[in-house]
Ligand binder design. Sequence first.
Ligand SMILES: Nc1nc2c(ncn2[C@@H]2O[C@H](COP(=O)(O)OP(=O)(O)OP(=O)(O)O)[C@@H](O)[C@H]2O)c(=O)[nH]1
Ligand SMILES: [Zn+2]
Length: 390
Amino acid sequence: MTPPGPSAAQQIVKFAATMDPSVLALRNVHRAVSDLRRGTPVVLAGPDGCLVVVVAETVGGRGLAELADAALAAPILLLAPVRAAAVLQRPVPHAAEEEGAVALRLPPALLAPEALRSLADPVAERLLPEQPERVAAPALAQAAIALAKLGRLLPALVAAPATEAAAARLGLLSVQASEVLGYPVSAASSLARVAEARVPLEDAAEARIVAFRAADGGIEHLAILIGTPEKTAAEGGAPLVRAHSECFTGDLLGSLRCDCGPQLRGAIARMAQDPAGGVLLYLAQEGRGIGLVNKLRAYTLQDQGLDTLDANRALGYGADERNFLVAATMLRAVGVERVRLLTNNPDKIEGLAACGIEVLGREAHVFDPNGVNDGYLKTKALRFGHLLPE
Ligand SMILES: Nc1nc2c(ncn2[C@@H]2O[C@H](COP(=O)(O)OP(=O)(O)OP(=O)(O)O)[C@@H](O)[C@H]2O)c(=O)[nH]1
Ligand SMILES: [Zn+2]
């Protein structure tokens, strides 16, 4: 008689032990983001304890009840410093800016979904029965804010100290703060080619689209190869490259608020004319990384007088939340590491260079204002330091 082999359970345990911890971390963070997006609390774990959090924008009565059940003390509100300064109607100290999060005491009248949304969102702001007061921010506040931003949600969270045991009892997901903070780099490094097809374009008959997916199973980024840029690279040349962040409104609908549509089509036409060929990276980084919903909120704030940079900040986001490692990883994967970059944005040149891409030159990519985007283009030149043609 042959001895029995290892049981299925034993095999699974053995397999789990061999799994790449960074893939496990990506999976955990991605799941935590999904939970927050539907208003379910998650537990953040750090070296000195745990914090149960829920996002102000999405939480309902059930999520607040679950948070209260797991909490060891009264919940507080965590806000990005600029948003906290607006709520408190006074500047927050520089140290809080550095920490990236401010904590506010939540009186019971404000611990309700509608009041929380009003505290989180400058667009939905209304008069509240009470003013919150500032308290000391917990150690995991920065990771909590980062997690909400990964979900492209307003960085405003209700938080309370908790234990992993409470999380387990309530079936809440637990994620390490270090996994959250390391996520952008891990996700970008894990990008892999998953599909490729020839797609002739109106302005570039010889075009191929290569799709990339990260190990978290999140949204895909695309590389559009025009002509034979890999051949140019293999022969030591530098193809034309554009790192284009997706813009649903400009690229697809022809919105006049920005210059993305003309830049996208202009880049494709220009690469088709270039004997070295080109790579257009179509990056899933809508709204400079804040997502479409927040970009629409930012537009509302711009209609109220803020410029594109201050509108991002009023929502609690940075002026530009993009990650250039995504673009660099994709370029390396298609064999293009020396580039001529089609951009006006000096941060893109620096960002790609910092990720190991050799930027041999910059080519300006300017289109005339259209009567609606004049202020936007001016702000990019004045406040983002965009380079204009001499
Ligand atoms: N948050 C925010 N994003 C915007 C706004 N207008 C356009 N965008 C986004 O900005 C991104 C455009 O970035 P890019 O095309 O890479 O342009 P850029 O950073 O100006 O640099 P170059 O075009 O390369 O010079 C797209 O994702 C748009 O959705 C805005 O007012 N607010
Ligand atoms: Zn745009």
